[in-house]
Design a protein around this ligand. Structure first.
Ligand code: TYM
Length: 339
């Protein structure tokens, strides 16, 4: 089955679960911004329905987080003129299609999701049903737009494979060519940004140590301090990528530098190879501040205008529903729901 008959359309989302990290920025948002200027329609989403799966948030906090994330998207360069910008709950077709997908996805498929296993840990009996069903909602987020391309960080790869499986099973079971087989877009030097305290762990907003991550709202001094204190090894930097083998922390800092400076790892190493971390870290801090400080000050400016953010999201939801309502209607028709 080919998906050439589908309009090239990008969908991606981020959870408003509090704070935006350098991992989100380099792994996802930077690519969201560049795809706006390529030959795609682009839809970007604050996935608020996903944000309550791990734990219920204080309603005021969820409200704040959603607006702050919207400010983060816009401050990073996502333009409401070029992209449809929404929060998930204002477009009810996401949740409606998710129910159908709950009936398509198999328990065995869902049980293999490593993120569920990581998040549930030894507590699988106590976590919410929503946490288990989460990847079916994610598939619905994507397929309710017939999205053909989904830019994400490396940690979302398995969820995108599941999305393809759900689309294929639906198409096969109903004998249609209705949902596209979506392409994951996992590209760039920093598809998996690691913790600054432990190079074997992903940088994450849920890590209890604030020193493990750079938050998009960190001030200049905090960014510099976190980079200065980042865990490293005693050796000098190599001149070629092969020399990063087995040096997870060094690789992480080089990947971050490469992604921020829009260079390849080899180009960066040609420039900084032979340097000790004492020399390299200030360069990285300076680059990070140069790239991130304008975003955080723009976020603060936007956060002072919450009505404007709400207006953009309402407008985005209206535009989104022009796409999602007919796709849901057609899905119901295929299934045989009376309307
Ligand atoms: P979330 O909110 O955990 O992360 C949002 C995006 O940021 C990327 N990311 C990273 N990339 C590189 N290094 C890191 N350390 C890092 N941490 C996070 C993630 O890969 C992701 O692209 N399930 C999704 C949200 C979602 C979604 C969707 C995404 C819901 N529906 C539909 C795409 C399409 C999630 O929890 O991402």
């Amino acid at each position: 089955m080919s998906d050439t008959s589908f309009t090239p359309r990008v969908f991606s989302g981020i959870q408003p679960s509090g704070g935006l990290t350098l991992g989100n920025y380099l792994g996802a948002i930077k690519r969201f911004v560049s795809m706006q200027d390529e030959a795609y329609e682009t839809v970007y989403c604050m996935v608020d329905l996903h944000a309550i799966t791990a734990k219920l948030l204080d309603p005021k906090e969820l409200h704040y987080n959603t607006r702050e994330l919207a400010a983060g998207f816009i401050a990073s360069g996502i333009s409401p003129e070029k992209s449809i910008l929404i929060n998930q709950s204002q477009v009810p077709e996401h949740a409606q299609l998710a129910w159908i997908f709950n009936c398509i996805a198999r328990m065995g498929w869902m049980s293999r999701m490593t993120q569920f296993k990581d998040k549930a840990g030894k507590n699988a009996e106590k976590v919410s049903l929503g946490l288990f069903a989460y990847p079916a909602l994610m598939a619905a987020d994507i397929l309710i737009y017939h999205a053909t391309h989904v830019p994400v960080g490396d940690d979302q790869k398995q969820h995108l494979e599941l999305t393809r499986d759900i689309a294929s099973k639906f198409n096969h079971d109903y004998g249609v060519d209705f949902f596209p087989i979506t392409e994951p877009v996992i590209e760039g030097a920093a598809t998996r940004v690691m913790s600054l305290r432990d190079g074997s762990k992903k940088m994450s907003k849920s890590d209890p140590s604030d020193a493990s991550r750079i938050n998009m709202t960190d001030d200049v001094d905090t960014i510099a301090k976190k980079i200065r204190k980042a865990k490293t090894d005693p050796d000098a930097l190599p001149s070629e990528a092969a020399g990063l083998e087995g040096r997870v922390e060094a690789r992480n800092l080089i990947n971050i530098y490469a992604a921020l400076s829009e260079q390849s790892v080899d180009q960066v190493l040609a420039e900084v190879g032979g340097q000790q971390f004492g020399t390299f870290k200030p360069l990285l801090a300076e680059l990070a501040v140069e790239k991130l400080a304008p975003i955080s000050s723009e976020m603060a400016r936007l956060m002072a205008q919450p009505d404007e953010i709400d207006r953009i999201l309402a407008c985005g939801a209206a535009q989104a529903r022009e796409i999602t309502a007919p796709i849901l209607k057609k899905t119901y028709d295929i299934i045989g729901m009376v309307s």
